[in-house]
Design a protein around this ligand. Structure first.
Ligand code: 5GP
Ligand code: MG
Length: 182
């Protein structure tokens, strides 16, 4: 029997085992290694909190010199007219003229990544590419190309390996999906 875990009010079962995650991280790292060979030292920019585990595993497989940094997209309720306001925090040090590889846990509608790219572009980097562990192409609504998607999934809600359900589940080494099973 598959192990069912409970987080808050929902039950989850394993969808992608850790060994499979390792394979797709390896494959995406190989692509980045090929594409960035010989370029000026890029900066891997992790988006907290969700990307922390992917970031750590990915960076160990990167074979060229790189710098690392982390940012957070802080959401807070704005005024009634503006709705949700998101600001990019943690960007310290200049990214002007630098090659940036944004490392995300998951790209769904693309709202977060579009906001991120717009903010980063203001600082005039040499290039910005997106590397995400998961990509949901069926719900993606933006034009920004997702150059490095380690794995494409459907519209299911997943947790584990950094991804949370209301802050729980981030420490799980496998990816879990919601289930109705007991
Ligand atoms: P987007 O702005 O692309 O719609 O959504 C990106 C954010 O939504 C992610 O950073 C993540 O916080 C959340 N998200 C989207 N899909 C999932 C999912 O399947 N599981 C979890 N845990 N978070 C998700
Ligand atoms: Mg995220």
């Amino acid at each position: 029997m598959e192990q069912i875990i409970r987080l808050h009010d929902k039950r989850f079962k394993v969808m992608i085992p850790a060994a499979r995650i390792d394979e797709v991280v390896e494959a995406v790292a190989e692509r980045i290694n090929r594409d960035y060979a010989g370029k000026e030292t890029p900066i891997f920019l992790g988006v907290l909190n969700g990307s922390f585990m992917f970031f750590s595993d990915l960076i160990k497989k990167i074979e060229f010199n790189s710098e690392i940094s982390f940012v957070k997209l802080a959401s807070y309720a704005g005024t009634a007219s503006t709705g949700e306001v998101r600001s990019l925090i943690g960007l310290n040090g200049s990214i002007e003229g630098r090659h940036i590889i944004v490392v995300e846990d998951i790209v769904d509608t693309g709202e977060s990544i579009a906001h991120m790219v717009a903010e980063l572009t203001k600082h005039r980097p040499a290039s910005v590419e997106i590397c995400t562990l998961f990509f949901k192409p069926a719900s993606y609504r933006k034009q920004i190309p997702i150059r490095y998607a380690a794995m494409e999934i459907g519209n299911e809600f997943i947790v584990g390996y950094g991804l949370d359900y209301d802050q729980l589940g981030r420490s799980l080494k496998d990816i879990y999906v919601v289930t109705e099973e007991e």
